[in-house]
Ligand binder design. Structure first.
Ligand code: NAD
Ligand code: UDP
Length: 313
């Protein structure tokens, strides 16, 4: 018998996963973190290891997993372009085989299952901001396809298991998120700029910096995950989670320089292939169905993230 909810978090040793494990433990769950440590680390969950309601399992989601759980958060997948393009075949396998294995587990245990999907399913979008009914503009054979198409296929599987097997599913489309425990070497813009500024190195601005992104602080996002999981069963998603306040990448570079008090200069570099020009979530659905909206401003979130990175170097 168990009196606590048993929750599996795949990719739980990663950036988002480690924050989610913390939140679930604080909410009184029994947390099983499964991770193959491809991009995640034990350091991310060091404070949790040894806690009585936390369990760590080295496991690759491309292989089946037999455990007894009430809820599954499927986060396992490298998220940054440098990492997901390192072994693109494995990235697709992680998304697709990983989804099949976790959906199979949910089917057997009748667990509620959450999928960490992504704004990348919209590709290089032709409409702004993107709402959930926009079907996307994805290049199926480009270098980002292993991730984008892998995540699209995972969504397909979630909805087929929902229709065919009556599974209780939750699909979140996550937009750019930042915060402590982002990986320093992941090439993402926030970690790159902060580290470059703290080390006094040149800030590498890709293209002219006019491309824009909207950045969500990790605590806001995790709150959205938990609300989505707790929502009524007809809230399957897909549902956008992200901060709708847009900044150009150049403006971000300038803000990081200011907040770190750095003397770094901005240097431009070529824009990567298929780099989206603009990306901004329409979060009306999350607002309406989850009563969720981000509350942490970029400047405040950056300050906390800068403090974290200062501790690393
Ligand atoms: P991350 O790389 O820090 O975490 C991913 C975790 O999954 C790591 O701990 C990694 O070791 C693990 N993993 C990778 N392949 C695995 C496998 N085959 N088996 C088991 N574990 C595996 O990335 P993150 O930013 O925390 O992203 C978590 C999830 O959220 C991912 O699914 C990602 O696609 C999604 N997402 C993140 C963002 C973002 O801005 N951070 C945006 C959109 C979607
Ligand atoms: N970018 C940049 N300099 C860097 C890293 C990224 O100018 O050192 C740009 C990148 O070209 C993109 C934006 O910042 O336009 C966001 O990149 P990131 O990889 O963080 O996220 P994504 O492209 O997946 O939104």
């Amino acid at each position: 018998m168990h009196d606590r909810k048993r929750v599996l978090v795949t990719g739980g040793a990663g950036f988002l996963g480690s924050h989610l494990c913390e939140r679930l433990l604080a909410d009184g769950a029994d947390v099983l973190c499964a991770d193959n440590f491809f991009t995640g680390t034990k350091d991310n969950i060091a404070a949790l290891i040894g806690q009585p309601h936390f369990e760590l399992l080295r496991h690759d989601v491309t292989f089946p997993l037999y455990v007894e759980v009430d809820e599954i958060y499927n986060l396992a997948c490298p998220a940054s372009p440098v990492h997901y393009q390192f072994d693109p075949v494995q990235t697709t396998k992680t998304s697709v085989h990983g989804a099949i294995n976790m959906l199979g587990l949910a089917k057997r245990t009748r667990a509620k299952i959450f999928q960490a999907s992504t704004s990348e399913v919209y590709g290089d979008p032709e409409v702004h901001p993107q709402s959930e009914d926009y079907r996307g503009n994805v290049n199926p054979i480009g270098p980002r396809a292993c991730y984008d198409e892998g995540k699209r296929c995972a969504e397909t599987l979630f909805f087929d298991y929902y229709r065919q097997h009556g599974l209780n599913i939750r699909v979140a489309r996550i937009f750019n998120t930042y915060g402590p425990r982002m990986q320093p070497n992941d090439g993402r813009v926030v970690s790159n700029f902060i580290l470059q500024a703290l080390k006094g190195e040149a800030i590498t601005l890709f293209g002219d910096g006019a491309q824009s992104r909207a950045f969500c602080y990790v605590d806001d996002l995790i709150d959205g995950f938990v609300r989505l999981m707790a929502a009524p069963d007809d809230v399957t998603g897909p549902i956008n989670l992200g901060n709708p306040v847009e900044f150009t990448i150049r403006a971000l570079a300038e803000m990081v320089i200011e907040l770190t008090g750095s003397k770094s200069v901005i240097e431009t570099r070529p824009l990567p292939v298929d780099d989206p020009v603009q990306r901004c979530p329409d979060i009306a659905l999350a607002h309406e169905r989850l009563d969720w909206h981000p509350s942490i401003a970029l400047e405040d979130g950056l300050k906390k993230t800068i403090t974290y990175f200062k501790g690393l170097i």
